[in-house]
Design a binder for this molecule. Structure first.
Ligand code: 173
Length: 496
């Protein structure tokens, strides 16, 4: 590849001829501008310049090389011509560094909620908005936590709980916790090592990670960071181009991934308004002004990069998935007994009762509330638990007690997404390891207090879920308005 000077790159700084530098390579993206899922405006901001910093958290390293024809790969930027810009330390950088320096030492973190508080303080505002946001009025995300609080324990006594064991098997794979790491996208928004923080911590502690389709690290980087034989699952967004999905799935199987979790609750991404507001703020400084054409950039980062997801996905596709892989297939995002039975009858290996962390259909019920009717429906097909069919739940899980309630009510294991994400966003791999330790301690104590020596001794009569379907309560506080809309309003009308 030819060497290109920085000055030559800088000459292509317009919509008519747009070159950018990513990881030291020069690309001509002129013809790609209108195809960019995130819109052209964000690329034009870096026209004629180095875009690596903006590119990195959102795209796996191979995104540009895979999508741009090779004749658009112009060359390598000549290092001698790069004017070393001493990166200006902004007030915002200083503020963030001060917050990072002021993080409590890890041994002062005593529960999973603490990570969230630290993450909120130290994350760049856009990253916090993306991770924490949920759809519309954010009622479902709050309900996910609230539902656990409507289930109460009926502990048993005098059962010799000297030794207790909370290890289990998830889809045939050993797991030190009845918890797996659920997929969350764009890990590098939170920490430079992104999802690898989870992979490394999971390998060390015998926990199973579900790899997201939209990870910031490439699939192979994650697999390369795993220990030999470390069990991993894969979350799948199905591409409109089924050949791409087929290649991806078969590559995953070849690399030893054990189960495929097909996301079925996101034919279109929900409106995460906190995230959307951030885009308005962030794009204000775009170098090249764009016309009406570019409408995607104001929809938040997730929407921008999700246009490949196929909304036509249907039950008719299930046999095709079965034909391309021998991995276990699980549907992620099931809410009703009707769909649970369709999944069972289609010969799949499980379902996740999930509302996507409250990020999709707002006022969808919680996975926990959907659990009892779904277990009851599955019991019409045979005894429960069923060794050939698993029911997982996720959403709002932060405590071992949350997990124990779900297991007592028939769940096979439980997923945690944001909880672990906040752990690495605030403290990297060590944070994730600490979160496992916290959960271990919580499992040990709560199993003892509950009178169960292992997970098979958790039975439905150990919980009182009679209030689970009662939604009466205080009207939830309107956090969305208080935290974002009001702020936005005050920036528009500073005097109000
Ligand atoms: O919840 C999400 O943000 C999500 O699933 C997603 C989907 C597409 C792109 C990025 C994230």
């Amino acid at each position: 590849m030819s060497l290109v000077s920085s000055a030559a790159v800088a000459e292509h700084a317009s919509r008519d001829s747009c070159w950018i530098v990513v990881h030291g390579k020069v690309y001509d993206v002129t013809d790609f501008l209108d195809e960019h899922p995130g819109g052209s405006k964000i690329i034009l901001k870096y026209a004629g310049a180095d875009a690596t910093e903006a590119y990195e958290p959102i795209h796996p390293p191979n995104a540009i090389t895979d999508n741009l024809p090779t004749d658009k790969h112009i060359g390598t930027v000549d290092p001698d011509t790069v004017v070393k810009v001493v990166k200006e330390v902004t007030e915002e950088d200083k503020r963030r560094q001060a917050l990072l320096d002021a993080r409590p030492p890890l041994d002062e973190i005593i529960n999973l909620h603490d990570f969230e508080a630290v993450a909120k303080a130290v994350l760049p505002p856009k990253a916090w908005a993306y991770y924490s946001s949920a759809s519309d009025d954010e009622i479902t995300i709050r309900e996910n936590r609230a539902a656990f609080q409507r289930v109460w324990f009926r502990p048993r006594i005098l059962r010799d709980v000297t030794s207790v064991d909370w290890s289990t098997t998830i889809l045939g794979q050993k797991s030190s916790l009845p918890v797996y790491i659920s997929a969350t996208a764009l890990g590098k928004l939170g920490h430079p090592d992104g999802e690898l923080n989870l992979t490394r911590a999971a390998g060390k502690h015998g926990v199973i990670q579900m790899i997201p389709t939209l990870a910031s690290c490439s699939f192979d980087e994650i697999l390369d960071a795993a220990l030999p034989g470390q069990p991993l699952f894969l979350q799948l967004y199905v591409n409109r181009d089924r050949e791409i999905t087929k290649k991806y799935v078969q590559h995953a199987e070849k690399r030893g991934v054990k189960a495929l979790f097909i996301t079925v609750d996101a034919p279109q991404l929900g409106r995460r308004e906190k995230d959307m507001r951030m885009k308005f703020v962030g794009d204000a400084g775009a170098k090249v002004q764009e016309g009406q054409k570019d409408i995607k950039q104001d929809q938040g980062v997730a929407r921008a990069i999700s246009s490949f997801i196929d909304p036509s996905l249907s039950w008719k596709d299930i046999p095709w998935f079965r034909s391309i892989t021998n991995m276990h297939i699980i549907l992620k995002g099931v809410s009703t007994p009707e769909d649970a039975l369709l999944a069972y009858d289609a010969g799949l290996q499980g379902i996740v009762l999930s509302n996507h962390g409250g990020r999709q259909l707002d006022t969808a019920r919680s996975g926990l509330e959907n659990l009892p009717p779904i277990i009851a429906a599955l019991k019409t097909r045979g005894p429960w638990p069923n060794p050939n069919f698993s029911v997982f739940i996720d959403g709002g899980v932060r405590r071992a007690t949350d997990v124990l309630k779900a297991l007592a009510m028939g769940a096979s294991a439980v997923g945690i997404g944001r909880g672990f994400l906040y752990a690495f966003a605030s403290y990297g791999q060590e944070g994730v390891e600490k979160s496992f330790q916290i959960l271990r301690e919580e499992f040990e104590m709560n199993l003892r207090l509950l009178g169960a020596r292992n997970l098979s001794e958790l039975t439905p009569d150990m919980v009182d879920a009679s209030g689970l379907h009662q939604h009466v309560g205080l009207t939830p506080a309107d956090n969305l308005f208080n935290a974002t809309c009001k702020l936005h309003l005050s920036s528009l009308y500073p005097t109000r």
